[in-house]
Design a protein around this ligand. Structure first.
Ligand code: AHM
Ligand code: MG
Length: 332
């Protein structure tokens, strides 16, 4: 039995980074407790507020955001934070060394129906001379992430973490400790499982429609095998499935709203999940370019995402070889 703190020590994680991860986990444990109580704690349902993304905030979106903010800003290592639920980055200790970017509760449309949600986080170093209040300090390429991960609040609470040395799962025990339960997670290279919101079919690019159409044809079609489909509407749960047993998950560019090239956000969802997937031997792409190669332009930037089993994602990319489309321009 190896505790998260022991694991980080054994793997020579820098002390300050280990301390920051510990702080994040203290906040996530509080979120897990609130979620477990659910209706009993009066935390279900929506608020009257709309966030910067134009989405109605759930009560738990606000509670999770406040908890993460409180714990992180109390830690002098934190120079600043950026959250999917905050309009602007929040400054921490001017002498701090880390920036923390997070989606406090991903998949929050699932809260009221008791289906899995999660907290996604990404840790960056504060660039020299920069301030945690400046958006530009956070706009770093995804390969600069020092660590990334999520806590999935499912039947059990599971932390998936990478510090750039592979991916490991830690399960929250009744003692309050995160315990190493799966080491060196590897995404199988092949799969027969895909995840996409099929109701957006009419808004996709032709290349995505052709790819999904070929999957649906099963063993009689060009792919020569039968596929199964999943859609949980919670990226954390989808990525956890992909890390655990393989698969492809995509939320592609669509033409519903020209202001939103993809539903997911690069800094809060795309980058951390891509680092995890790549560290586990999978691929994460916009369908045109590796997500970790994107140069972020703004903190709430949206991105199209296709990630998972390497062979399957590579096949999807072959359907997108023509770079002349609108999505290709927006995603490069
Ligand atoms: P959120 O961060 O506001 O919860 O939105 C992100 C979620 C992802 O978890 C999930 O993959 C997707 O949005 C679900 O979208 P849809 O409502 O189209 O099913
Ligand atoms: Mg989200």
């Amino acid at each position: 039995m190896l505790l998260l703190s022991q694991y980080l020590k054994h793997h020579k994680t820098e002390d300050t980074l280990a301390e920051l991860i510990d702080t994040l986990m203290l906040a996530c444990k509080e979120v897990a407790i609130q979620l477990r109580e659910g209706e009993l704690a009066g935390v279900l349902g929506s608020t009257d507020n709309t966030n910067v993304q134009g989405e109605t905030q759930k009560k738990m979106d606000v509670i999770a955001n406040d908890l993460l903010k409180k714990f992180l800003l109390d830690n002098p290592l934190v120079a600043g934070l950026a959250s999917e639920e905050e309009d602007l980055p929040v400054a921490g200790n001017p002498d701090g060394k880390f920036l923390v970017i997070f989606d406090p509760l991903d998949g929050s449309s699932n809260i009221d129906i008791n289906v899995s949600v999660g907290t996604i986080f990404s840790i960056l170093e504060l660039p020299e001379g920069a301030s945690g209040a400046d958006e530009s300090a956070y706009l770093q390429n995804g390969r600069k992430q020092l660590a990334a991960g999520y806590v999935l609040y499912g039947q059990s609470a599971v932390l998936a973490l990478t510090t750039g040395q592979g991916v490991n799962f830690f399960t929250l025990a009744h003692t309050g400790d995160f315990i190493l339960t799966r080491e060196n997670v590897q995404v199988p290279t092949q799969t027969k499982e895909f995840a996409i919101n099929m109701s957006n079919h009419r808004f996709w690019e032709d290349s995505m429609r052709t790819y999904i159409g070929d999957l649906l044809e099963g063993s009689e079609g060009p792919r020569g095998k039968n596929y199964n489909m999943r859609w949980i509407a919670s990226m954390v749960a989808e990525v956890h499935r992909v890390l655990t047993r393989g698969g492809i998950f995509t939320y592609p560019w669509d033409q519903r709203d020209p202001g939103k090239p993809g539903k997911l956000r690069l800094m809060y969802e795309g980058n951390p999940m891509s680092m995890l997937i790549e560290q586990a031997g999978g691929i994460a792409s916009t369908c045109y370019i590796n997500i970790l190669d994107l140069e972020p332009k703004e903190i709430h930037q949206r991105v199209s995402v296709a990630l998972g089993s390497a062979d399957e994602v590579n096949t999807l990319l072959e359907y997108h070889n023509d770079h002349s489309g609108v999505a290709a321009q927006l995603n490069s």
